[in-house]
Every structure is written in structure tokens, then in C-alpha cells.
Design a protein around this ligand. Sequence first.
Ligand code: AMP
Length: 580
Amino acid sequence: MDNFDVSSMGSALKDITSSQNTKRAEAAREKGWVAPESYDYAKYNAGPPLPNPSEEIPKEQLPEWAANAAKYEWKDEYGDVGPANPDLEEMLFRSEFINRTGLKISNLQNIEVIAESHERPKPVKTFDDAGIHPIVRENIRLCRYDLPTPIQAYAIPAVLTGHDLIAIAQTGSGKTAAFLIPVLSQLMGKAKKLAAPRPNLAEGYDPTVDAVRAEPLVLIVAPTRELATQLFDEARRLCYRSMLRPCVVYGGAPTRDQREELRRGCDILIGTPGRILDFMDKPHILSLRRVKYTIIDEADELLLADWESDFTKIMSGGDMNEDADHRYMMFSATFNRDCRQLARKYLAEDHVRVRIGRPGSTHINVDQNIVYAEPALKKQCLYDLLLAMPPSRTLIFVNSKTQADFLDDYLYNMGLPSTSIHADRTQREREDALRAFRTAKCPIMVATGVSARGLDIKNVMHVINFDLPSKTHGGIVEYVHRIGRTARIGNEGLATSFYNHDRDSDLAPDLVRLLIESKQAIPDFLESYKPADGEKLFQDDTDDEDEEGEIVEEDNSKGNWGGIPEPVDSRAPTVADYDF
Ligand code: AMP
């Protein structure tokens, strides 16, 4: 072709694309989606200092690290309970972004609960009759938790009567409070006696003379940074007005800030394994010798990683633990072989084991749709789907980090307010993305499965599996985890998954069984994967290896634990009633 001007064609194409994008952006606005905001990835991540210091962002203008979030600071002059702090109370309990119980909470209360151990302390029906320390009781009220969820109904008495515990509980079932409430209750009255010395912050804090070594009473290990910070948030709420001081440590954020927090004293240490081990290697900063409770959250996730010897180190408190009466708790969505081995090794024989619903089963509150989509058309399907829905917080799962970046860019260019999170992002970016999603500045978030473990975000109305998890990467368990990000704690939610025979047929048999179990419609293209009549839907992998073969199974769904507890006419204990 003579005289063909390639550069002018390029710019003409650009013009067409940008005018199309403008139209699409207008369409998104018309549907009610807010405008996307760009994120400057270079801004907070400058490695070496900038040549011109005036261009550096002053520390006070940087967003706060989750680990530095405000908590109740105890002063020596306080009696048994500290005075209220209205500003902090507002922040901890009344932020509009805290998850609230939905109307479907009664569905959760009706979930089947099965005790599998000989030890079965009587489950509690209300928080008032549970023997909870009055400060914790008051904090539960401030959290607006009206009734214990099934896992709490069982875990609270089990821990209060001094048992180790294995709980196989659904995502969003109230697991965190299930262990924090009884553990904090037991420690609160005794904190002054048990806790390590700490600086009196009332008299000002000079790190050069006042800093102490952190000697926590409780150690909580979680597989991901996001889960660790959420546990920390719940601990900050439940420790309010008490002497117990929670801290969180996790990778990716500055060690220095976390160390400074530890040096002000730490009673409840929450963290991801790598960072906990780093601090354990510095015995002048952290010692686990006082630990009375070790809690492993999402144990099945942690055990996927190959860190047997590190695990042993953490579980045994670095060989320094002096407490013969050390209690262990394990929480897990599934109870696989590795978890069983871990339990045998560390948990006392009289541990309580409780299962909430079938391990790995899904919420009945999630509507699950499976949509057939050719790979080449998935992007367009996604765009159409988003525009067809009323704007709401939407979490989109993909199977790779590059795909996450790519899809985030695509949505952004289509005028949709998206952000993304995955393991190659810096911790600053991960926290910023989560904050933007939580506050609905970016109500659409694209995520890889790993980064979404344990995310508890208010009002995620729609989970979209842009890619379904493959059988070799978590399969149906991963699917359950993902869709569990919506319909948290009694809210309703929607999950839409793009399915394609070429890519996803390995998952199809399990997917169909799960859909049947959770009473969802089976699309025509999946009909052929239905199990034969009378075939068991899922093999239960929980019980097959019990050495004694003496498992007692009891279905309490209609009795003690399952049904909505009857109101109990009892006066809640007050601080004055309590024997400190
Ligand atoms: P988790 O399973 O620990 O991730 O908890 C899921 C959500 O349930 C969190 O947002 C908690 O704040 C909330 N939650 C925990 N216990 C209760 C309860 N008894 N009633 C209502 N909401 C609760």
C-alpha cells in the first residue's frame, strides 16, 4: 500500500477507542456506578529516598497501617474497668463499615451442629447465661451481637470449662468471637496477675527507658495478612475498656512500627506465621513463655504451606513456655488429614470437637448462578452482568495475578469503579485496595483466591467467579471459601460463576453436588453431572481415622444448639456482680 500513514491510523483508532470508552463510562454512570478513581501505584512505593525530599509524602499524610489502628490504652490508675472513651467507641463499634447481622440470621441459627467428642459441655442459649466477664458482655452488646451463633453457643462453654477445642465451622459463622469471647473472659479478671509488666502510658512513654518485651497470654495464628488484621479489629472491640492489649504482626508492613507496638506491651498477639517467627527470633522483643492459649485460625490453609518445623516452634511457644495448662484451639473450614495429625499431636485427649454443618458446605443464604461463557466472551459477559445489576459491592475472583491486573484495567477503562488485590502487590497497596473497597470508593474488587481468605467486608452483595477454581487449585473447597465472602453472618448474597466445559469440567461433579446440597437450580449444561439417585452427595472425611473408633455423633439440630434459643429471663451480670 502506497502512502499509508500508519501513525495516523494508530491515532484514529485511539480516538475511536476513547470515544467508545467515554460512552461506556456514561452507561456505567447512568446505571448508578460511581466514577472510577485512578490509583497512583508509584506514589507510596518509592524505594530509595527521592532526590528532592520535598516530594516525599510526609508520614502523617500516609494512610495508617492496619497494625497501628487505635486501641484502648490502659492506665495504672484505673480500677478494674477503664472509663469509656467516646471517640474510640465510635470508631470501634459504630463505623458504618462494620458488618452487621442480616435478617437471615435465623438461617444460621438453624444450622445443624454435631458434637463428635465425648466431652460436650452444655451449649449456651444467650450471652447472659454464658458466664461471660461483664466487660466482655458489655463489649458484645456494643458490637450489637444479640444471640450467640451456633459455633459460639458451643465454643464458649467448652473453653470456659477448660477444654481444648477443634471447631469445623462455616465461613462467616462468627468463629472469631467464638474463641475471643471465652478466652478474654477468662483472662480479664486475672490480667493484673498474669500479664507481663508494661509501661504506664499515663505518665508518658519514652521508648528508650519504658519499652518492654512483649509476653502475650494469647497467641492467634492466621494464614493471611487480611485475616490477621480482621482478627485484630475484633480483638480491639472485645478488649475495649480492659487492660488486655492486642497487637497484630504480619509481613509486608514495616517491622519497625509493629515492633514499637509490641514494646508498649502485648497481651493478645495476632499474626501471620512468618512475622511471628521473625519476632520469636528476637527474644528481647517477643517471648511466648506466658502464652496460655494458642489459637490456630483457618488451620487447613496454614497446613497447606510446607512449614512443619516452624509450626512446631510456634505451637510449643519456642520451648520457653512455662504453662503446663496451655490450651489449644483449632478452627478450620475442613478437617483434613494434616489437621487431624496436628490435633492429635497438640490437643488434650478430652478436647471438644464440634462441627457446624457439613465441613466445606456453603451458606444457604447465597443464591448461586452458574452461567455458561466462552472464554473469549467472558470480559463482555462480566461488563454486561455488572451493568445489569444494581450497583453493589462486588468481589470478582480470577485465578492468576496477571489476570487480576488485566481485568482491573479493563473494568477501569470501561468506566467502572474497580480496584484489585493479589499477592504481588505491596502491603500498602493491599491495605489501600481493601480500604477503597470497604468504604465503597471502589465497590468492585478483583482478587485472586489467596488474597480473599477470610475477608469479612460489609455488604458484599455479589461474588463473581470470573474464573472458577480448578480442581488442582483448591477445587470445590476454594469455591466455598470464595462465595462465603458474601452473605456474611445472616445476610443474603448472590454468587455468579462463569463456566465453560473445556476449562471447568473437572470441577463440574463436585459443583453439581454442592448446588444440590444447597438447594440451588442445576443449569441444563450441568445436568449430566448429577449423581445417580441414592448416591451420597459428599464423602465425609472427618471421622474415618479416629483411632479409638469411639466417636459419638449426635444431631442436636432440633435440640439444644440448633434452633433459635428461647428467651431466658435472666438479668445480665454487671461489673459489680463479678468476683474479680
Ligand atoms: P467470622 O466468622 O468470625 O469471620 O465472623 C463473621 C461476622 O460475624 C463478623 O462481621 C462478626 O462481627 C459477626 N458476628 C460474630 N458473632 C456474631 C453474633 N453473635 N451476632 C451477630 N454478628 C456476629
